[in-house]
Write a protein that binds this ligand. Structure first.
Ligand SMILES: Cc1ncc(COP(=O)(O)O)c(C=O)c1O
Length: 365
């Protein structure tokens, strides 16, 4: 049967009908008063979700665009950047900063582990001359299914005085992220995750402290420019033509999120994660991240059973049951598979995926 495919990858995530229908309408003019009213609402809703009083910029790009925006508006060549790496996406910050000419130092943790706050504290305590200007880190590492203790890490960075630059692509909208209360300086995210709309928009908020670094940036980006975006937020618009249809859809998914309420969204994700982890263990599978304290609420990575390959599991799940799960990335390609349970996902979806996985494993035995 066609049109039944169900995405259980960590992005793009399923999109509710309310958002799909909103996108089916003719696009409106991006400088019209009708669209400005939508922008005004969406900008307010972004502040609510990011839990910040700062403006949240909207870029027409994927999440990596917002990562590039952060580095290119803040970092000058030669600036010292400390990158906390726990997987593929946290490594991306280091790559972007290096291309920008920064002096990048990485602290690598094993894939499947979280950043150890004591290691970060020790390194920052050694930096008595305050040479480290920026620390890049991730909240939820999608390649491994690990969640860092962002609150603790942001506090350590704040105490040192460096600017924290945080990837919240698979955490914002799925797990609590309190930008202002936790003292995060720059927080970015992307539309195809907890926001429940397709790929194509990215978001960025920047603290007053980080804004000073922007003012000292010698060659900031043109397209992603912080100053141009701040001016546009004040005027309920964007500097250039945005993806109008996605913003219209976002207004709808924000309405859904507000109806559900932040705490309920977070507890739903926590419940789906614990159902997934328990269900996988009940099937006799070994979780890639065994420690429940760092296991992600948005995505779970799992080893295949002895004698059955990841490509066979993924192929059979899609062919027989129309369910798509993600492969491992980089050095974990074909070694683990990853189940996304963020965004527009309910308990029924988890039960369905676990049932289909059980049948798949029986078939492949
Ligand atoms: C944590 C994280 N950061 C960054 C990205 C990159 O986002 P994009 O592929 O939208 O550029 C992803 C994408 O999956 C991600 O999960």
């Amino acid at each position: 049967m066609k049109d039944k495919q169900f995405l259980m990858i960590p992005g793009p995530t399923p999109v509710p009908e309310r958002a799909l229908l909103a996108m089916a309408k003719h696009p409106m003019g991006h400088r019209s008063s009708e669209f400005s009213a939508i922008m005004k609402q969406v900008y307010q809703d972004l502040k609510w979700l990011f839990q910040t009083e700062e403006d949240v910029f909207i870029y027409t790009s994927s999440g990596t665009g917002a990562m590039e925006a952060a580095i290119s508006n803040l970092v000058n060549p030669g600036d010292k950047v400390l990158s906390l790496v726990i997987g593929n996406f946290s490594e991306r910050w280091a790559k972007i900063a290096k291309m920008r000419g920064a002096d990048v130092e990485k602290i690598n943790f094993d894939w499947g582990q979280a950043v150890d706050p004591t290691v970060l504290k020790q390194r920052l305590d050694q930096d008595v001359n305050k040479e480290i200007k920026f620390v890049t880190l991730i909240h939820n590492e999608t390649s491994t299914g690990v969640t860092n203790d962002l609150q603790a890490l942001a506090a350590i960075i704040k105490e040192h005085g460096a600017i924290s630059i945080v990837d919240g692509v698979t955490s914002v909208g799925a797990l609590p992220v309190k930008m202002d209360e936790w003292g995060i300086d720059v927080l970015i995210s992307g539309s195809q995750k907890g926001f429940m709309i397709p790929p194509g928009l990215a978001f960025l908020a920047c603290s007053k402290k980080a804004w000073k670094a922007y003012e000292n940036c010698q060659n900031p980006s043109f397209y992603f420019n912080f100053g141009a975006n701040k001016k546009s937020v004040a005027e309920d618009t964007t500097p250039y033509t945005p993806n109008v249809s996605l913003i219209v859809a976002l207004k709808e998914t924000f309405a859904m999120m507000k109806e559900e309420g932040l705490e309920n969204i977070y507890s739903r994700h926590a419940k789906l994660a614990s159902m997934t982890r328990k269900g996988l263990k009940d099937l006799g599978l070994k979780l890639f991240v065994e420690d429940d304290n760092i296991g992600s609420k948005a995505i779970t990575a799992v080893w295949p059973p002895e004698g059955i390959s990841v490509p066979d599991i993924r192929k059979t799940l899609t062919k027989e049951y129309d369910i798509v799960v993600a492969n491992g990335q980089d050095k974990l390609k074909d070694k683990i598979f990853r189940i996304g349970h963020l965004g527009f996902v309910s308990e029924r979806d988890i039960i369905m995926a676990l049932g289909a996985l059980e049948a798949t494993l029986k078939k492949l035995k």
